[in-house]
Design a protein around this ligand. Structure first.
Ligand code: TYD
Length: 137
């Protein structure tokens, strides 16, 4: 069973294939991350001052990567709040299930790449903060 704590959400250093012509990073199922990727999506063109997220997932695991630029991820597990700034494409924040998250401080032109363990399922979301606190108890 996965412990749903902010302390269980590490920043994973992803491998870099260095070349004179630039770098390449690969994320492989079962090797780099502890889940199989079933979906990817990315956030971009985020207006200055805007925040995203504001929900938790019951089952979904995600790896969040600043593919370009930077942003902050605020994690909350019902007891502890932790803020992580992502600003390089070779770091990925693993978010385990049951964590409330908000993303903000997006730099201009930033791209937030998300690798997810399941297909999109609105039933997996908890979007109401009070409901989340109750669910966590
Ligand atoms: P949401 O996950 O709430 O975005 P964020 O956390 O970045 O603010 O999703 C925003 C909208 O996009 C919502 O109406 C659901 C839809 N959506 C999909 O249809 N498929 C997906 O895979 C995702 C992530 C979102």
């Amino acid at each position: 069973m996965i412990i749903s704590s902010v302390y269980n959400c590490p920043v994973i250093e992803l491998p870099i294939n260095h070349r004179e012509k630039g770098n390449l990073t690969v994320v492989s199922n079962g090797k780099t991350i502890p889940f199989d990727i079933r979906r990817i999506y990315y956030l971009y063109d985020i207006p200055a001052g805007e925040s995203r997220g504001g929900h938790a997932h019951k089952e979904l695991m995600q790896l969040i990567v600043a593919a370009s630029g930077s942003f902050s991820v605020v994690l909350f597990d019902g007891r502890v709040r932790r803020t992580i700034t992502l600003n390089r494409p070779f770091y990925g924040l693993l978010v385990v299930p049951g964590i409330w998250r908000e993303l903000d401080d997006f730099s201009s032109g930033s791209i937030c790449l998300v690798l997810a363990s399941h297909k999109y399922d609105e039933k997996d979301y908890i979007r109401d903060y009070q409901e989340y606190l109750t669910w966590k108890k």
